[in-house]
Design a protein around this ligand. Structure first.
Ligand code: UGA
Length: 343
């Protein structure tokens, strides 16, 4: 099998390609604007072909790769909330337009597409557990342009579904719920306000002994899912035993990883305190409450809670997360601390 992965250097992409090369005899072709997460060993593996470049200026090459592969997994996207607010058009162009071309090629050349939707498509729906085929997608007003990411992904989900409905496109959509783990974001980005996801941001605050910002009080909740568990779900989708993933959407999230941002801060502070580095560099700065509009900008609107139903993934893929919330956070924290060394 040959798999084509645009965005192969990303948080999910690089973990997926490492797993594929280690565990299967499949071939992978990838493209990315960066290659910092791709180790030399991987780059020189003869089952991995890497193109260093921008897919928006390599469109013919991208089309050829879709034509040549068996499965396309388009992972290139902006997925950091502050960028939805600062650069909404960039989000639209990359997350929607560039990926639309790939969806069209997949339909034209009759290739299987495994597309990363997002937990964000459910938006502010109040269901206790979000269900792939039943929950509504609830977003806010247009001037809250945080929702451009959710809407771009949602519309692509709908286009992909329509291609199946009218032309038989073979798709599977998966929805990551706050995946976390080694390589999540670049820690140096975390220093610019909001330029990373919350786990990286809190860890960077702890490492620099600066106050952790609890946006609007920190009562909002997320379900954090360990990267390896998410990648296992993707592997099951790719393997597609008995074709059970065809035409399906799967939440890949850990319903047991549910906690508020205030609780997340406490958990990370506690895990750090147990780490040897804390003896030399204790964390004493504590937490403070900040206003969401000041922190992110006027286009921000938050999601109060987000918990997946994983009944379908359990039933059709035999998948469920194996890593506890605490282990997941400990491994993520330790990875960042190891990167930093004994500074
Ligand atoms: C994320 C991103 O949109 C994507 O990574 C992804 O598609 C999706 O959700 C997902 O991973 O499931 P969100 O969970 O809002 O969205 O992103 P974070 O930046 O990780 O923020 C989580 C919560 O922490 C938000 O309520 C935010 O206001 C809060 N936060 C963030 C703080 O309280 N303090 C901070 O310093 C940063």
């Amino acid at each position: 099998m040959r798999i084509f992965i645009p965005g192969v250097n990303g948080f999910i992409g690089n973990a997926l390609v490492r797993r594929i090369i280690a565990e299967t005899d499949w071939y992978v072709t990838g493209i990315d604007v960066d290659k910092d997460r791709l180790e030399r060993e991987l780059l020189t593996n003869d089952r991995f072909e890497f193109h260093h470049g921008d897919m928006s200026i390599s469109r013919e090459w991208v089309e050829f790769q879709v034509k040549r592969c068996d499965v396309v997994i388009p992972l290139a996207a902006i997925a950091i909330p502050v960028l939805y607010i600062e650069k909404p058009l960039k989000v639209f162009q990359l997350d929607f337009m560039e990926n639309l071309h790939i969806v069209e090629h997949a339909a034209r050349y009759e290739k299987r597409i495994i597309f990363p939707s997002t937990s964000e498509v459910y938006g502010m729906v109040g269901d206790a557990h979000f269900r792939e085929d039943e929950s509504n997608c609830v977003t806010g007003p247009i001037n809250k342009h945080r929702w451009i990411y959710s809407c771009a992904k949602q519309l692509l989900d709908r286009v992909i579904h329509a291609y199946r409905y009218e032309q038989g496109l073979n798709y599977t959509l998966f929805r990551p719920f706050n995946w976390t783990g080694p390589g999540l974001d670049r820690i140096e980005q975390a220093h610019k306000i909001g330029h990373s996801r919350v786990v990286t941001k809190f860890i960077a605050n702890i490492m620099h002994n600066e106050p952790i910002n609890l946006v609007d009080g920190g009562e909002q909740r997320r379900c954090f899912t360990y990267l390896d568990d998410g990648i296992e779900g993707m592997m099951r989708i790719i393997r597609n035993k008995d074709n059970k993933a065809d035409g399906e959407i799967f939440n890949l999230g850990n319903p047991n990883g549910d906690l508020s941002m205030r609780e997340l801060a406490d958990l990370l502070i506690g895990l750090y305190a147990a780490h040897p580095r804390a003896k030399k560099f204790p964390f004493t700065a504590g937490t403070r409450v900040v206003d969401g509009k000041t922190y992110y900008g006027a286009g921000y609107q938050d999601i109060p809670m987000r918990r997946p139903s994983i009944d379908k993934a359990r039933e059709l893929l035999g998948w469920e997360p194996q890593t506890s919330l605490e282990d997941s956070m400990r491994q993520t924290l330790n990875w960042f601390l190891d990167l930093d060394g004994d500074k």
